[in-house]
Ligand binder design. Structure first.
Ligand code: ADP
Ligand code: NA
Length: 333
């Protein structure tokens, strides 16, 4: 059977936002040091599925790396590396392009959301993205994939690719069927201006999201301007039904304070936004401030970040290359 191993990634496609922290990076840190090996990646090859300015890509990769490190990923405990420095990802992705079915890709809701009415004009890479993501995960025989809710369907597709490969090539259990781990109160942080969309690095307006590097005043202003209904907070969680914007702010508070939405509601029952929003802003500043300071410090020493990534790539390849070789063998190369 497969040894438990964790894999996950974050795209360097703009600055890190609060959803990346609460839904992903913070949880990676919480999982660190448990009984399994963890592999964390800056997935730059995923970033270029939409246009990235070549002058900014490397620094964006360094900034996500700085975010991982500042939040508490320890490169001596976890493998921390950059996807494009391990070419085996691209190789396995091609093999998986020949395993995955077009019909499966056509069901991916994230592609439909991102392509919108423009499906003929987006890159082929955006369409094939989930096969590359399957390669990222299965290249390490990862068994557990901590992600935000938006990535659940892609992890399920990864399982389908693993199962089809194992079946078609008579390679029973060669690839594990990885489990998505979607836990905690903030697995889907919503856009602050539009409660029907998730918070994302690449939204239209900066007011939609809290960036990891926002200063205290900006954080306070963004929460103050966040859309809500006019009602005060209810006495029970039930009372938040049908109030997505209010629920989102409660979930963010719970994620940042490491409690449950129930606990937040008991603390703030009956409070109006004039009370809750400043409390939320203070909490966010207290939690994010030290991380963004450390990110800034790390970004002043790019050579050090590059050294961490180079060492991480070596450790990643040590796991990945034997698995890629066996995959080629199984396929008859
Ligand atoms: P983005 O959508 O901001 O570009 P990525 O695609 O790089 O983020 O995702 C990196 C990780 O962050 C994934 O595990 C993803 O599920 C998680 N994530 C992204 N946005 C959110 C969000 N709004 N709430 C919770 N988790 C999120
Ligand atoms: Na995403």
């Amino acid at each position: 059977k497969h040894t438990p191993r964790v894999f996950s990634g974050v795209k360097p496609s703009g600055g890190l936002q609060l959803g990346n922290y609460l839904g992903a990076i913070k949880r990676f840190v919480d999982m660190q040091g448990q009984d399994y090996e963890a592999v964390y990646c800056v997935v730059d090859l995923h970033a270029i599925t939409v246009w990235q300015d070549p002058k900014e890509l490397k620094d964006a990769t360094r900034e996500v790396t700085a975010g991982y490190l500042a939040a508490g990923i320890d490169p001596s405990k976890s493998v921390l590396f950059n996807q494009s420095q391990v070419p085996a990802h691209t190789e396995l992705a091609w093999l998986f392009n020949c395993v995955a079915r077009v019909g499966w890709m056509n069901r991916m809701t994230q592609f439909k959301d991102k392509a919108g009415k423009n499906a003929e004009k987006v890159s082929l890479g955006l369409y094939a993205y989930p096969a590359l993501m399957a390669a990222d995960i299965l290249l390490y025989h990862a068994t557990h994939v901590p992600v935000g809710e938006d990535q659940k369907q892609h992890v399920e597709l990864t399982r389908d690719i693993a199962a089809k490969f194992n079946h078609d090539y008579g390679a029973e259990d060669f690839f594990p069927l990885p489990e998505p781990i979607i836990e905690g109160p903030a697995t889907r942080v919503m856009n602050l201006r539009d409660g029907s969309k998730k918070m994302s690095k690449s939204g239209e307006s900066d007011m939609e999201r809290i960036n990891m590097t926002d200063d205290a005043d900006t954080i306070a202003k963004k929460f103050k301007k966040a859309r809500t209904d006019p009602d005060p907070l209810p006495d029970t969680l039930e009372g938040l039904k049908g109030r997505p914007e209010a629920r989102n702010l409660v979930d963010i508070y719970a994620g940042l304070s490491e409690t449950s939405p129930d606990a937040v509601i008991s603390e703030f029952a009956g409070a109006g936004w004039g009370t809750f929003k400043p409390a939320l802003a203070d909490l966010a500043v207290a939690k994010l401030g030290p991380i963004s300071e450390e990110m800034a410090r790390l970004m002043n020493d790019k050579a050090e970040i590059d050294r961490v990534l180079a060492q991480g790539a070596e450790r990643a390849e040590a796991i990945a290359l034997p698995i890629l070789d066996r995959t080629y063998d199984i396929m008859g190369f």
